[in-house]
Design a protein around this ligand. Sequence first.
Ligand code: DQA
Length: 147
Amino acid sequence: MKKTIHIINGPNLNLIGTREPEMYGTVNLTKYLDELTVAYSSFEIFIYQSNSEGELVDYLQKIRHQVSGIIINPAAYTHTSIALRDALALQQCPIIEVHISAVSHRENFRQTNLIKDYSWSIIEAKGIEGYRIALDRMKEFLEADRN
Ligand code: DQA
């Protein structure tokens, strides 16, 4: 049976491609991620995006018993959401946190990261290519894991 990876994106990431292109680039993230699911077809990959904190928490609760790996860009909720942090604490699989921009070198208010304690790995400043890097890392981990 194929292992399952969920790629989860937080608020405003549905607009990557047109949103602040000087910061996040001009490539449509939704299309890019669809292409990745084809390239990594040895896994079952689900992509989910929501602008709502509660919906992200609901989604994380729902998948928690049926997921092999989570790749998440919590976007602005990285800096504010204890609820999202708590929903990530529930997970029993590796979590890779992705940020498109060099978030640790941006404004002071972005220096608070409430998620990172639960991130097995953090990828930032690689543009949307960061999602592919995360999938490679997750693939390597899951292929080495014989369960
Ligand atoms: C982001 C960085 C966050 O600070 C910001 O709120 C985002 C995107 C990134 O991918 O670089 O929406 O997570």
